[in-house]
Design a protein around this ligand. Structure first.
Ligand SMILES: [Fe+2]
Length: 296
């Protein structure tokens, strides 16, 4: 498998690493054609056999197992092909895009991240076309996952730690009063504010995979190219790790997974669980007061 120990160490240190995959040009052409078809038709992705072939390819499961230090894993998310379409100028400055867009998605403690199996969502972004810097390459503040998870380790109550990991989008202050998270935020943890730090562009070649820990800060980015950035992302969790999703996302998974599972080959069906005991509901309400203790 082309996911080395050095790359795993890079993921742990920086919260992101881009790796090669064994997909051939012919397989990538088929996958990209499926992506194009699905975008055009709006059909549920599990209806397209070529999409199914990507999702159930053993490679992703093997990468997730190694990443999560788990003997068994299953999908957590991956409901639709992902598009980052071109946008018209004028483009906001790099600094403004970062200040506006940076956020985390997964709330987890350092104990979660360090555990075996790792209690984290393994996010695999499989690129079906090249991701040069100007094609909406995601920006990632490398290494930010660690101080942020350490912060949650310090401040969260034991009762709340038991409700992690969960999808819980947060950003640095100020948080708009209309935002669901408000007044929760990612506090400043160094002398340089998060929005003044330099994110890295996650550039990649077609057929590579970005492995992302979205407990760290990252941001979508304006695609200044003339073609969309095309991805088929899947997310994974170790078997026997319970994890949280907001109600609407949990409902979507519980609707989608049985349909997806029914389309998988029998020997690959285990990548979609047949129950949802592992998936609890976790919303912005009730708020956890320890997540907005410092001044906005
Ligand atoms: Fe995100």
């Amino acid at each position: 498998m082309s996911f080395t120990d050095a790359q795993l160490a890079q993921y742990e240190e920086r919260g992101a690493v881009t790796i090669d995959t064994p997909f051939t040009t012919e397989q990538l052409d088929k996958a990209e054609a499926a992506w194009d078809r699905l975008k055009q038709s709006g059909q549920p992705p599990y209806e397209d056999p070529d999409y199914i072939d990507v999702v159930q390819h053993p490679y992703f499961e093997e990468v997730a197992k190694k990443l999560l230090r788990a003997e068994a894993v299953h999908l957590w998310w991956g409901l639709a092909p992902h598009e980052r379409g071109p946008v018209e100028p004028p483009y906001a400055s790099l600094r403004d895009q970062w200040a506006k867009g940076c956020h985390v998605d997964i709330q987890a403690t350092m104990e979660d991240f360090s555990a075996t199996p790792r209690r984290m969502r393994a996010e695999l972004w499989f690129w079906l076309n090249d991701v040069p810097v100007n094609r909406g390459a995601m920006r990632i503040l490398e290494g930010s996952h660690r101080p942020i998870m350490e912060h949650w380790s310090r401040v969260l109550t034991p009762e709340h730690k038991a409700m992690l990991p969960r999808v819980h989008g947060l950003r640095p202050a100020p948080v708009a009063e209309t935002a669901l998270a408000c007044p929760e935020h990612v506090p400043e943890l160094s002398s340089t504010p998060w929005v003044e730090q330099e994110p890295t562009a996650a550039v990649a070649r077609r057929g590579q995979v970005l492995i992302l820990c979205s407990s760290g800060l990252h941001s979508a980015w304006a695609n200044q190219d003339s073609v969309p950035r095309k991805a088929m992302g899947t997310s994974w969790v170790a078997s026997d790790v319970r994890c949280g999703l907001p109600k609407n996302q949990r409902d979507a998974v519980m609707d989608f997974f049985p349909r997806l599972r029914s389309k998988l080959s029998p020997e690959r069906a285990h990548i979609v669980p047949d129950d949802f005991d592992w998936l609890f509901e976790s919303n912005y309400e009730p708020k956890w007061p320890e997540t907005f203790t410092s001044a906005q």
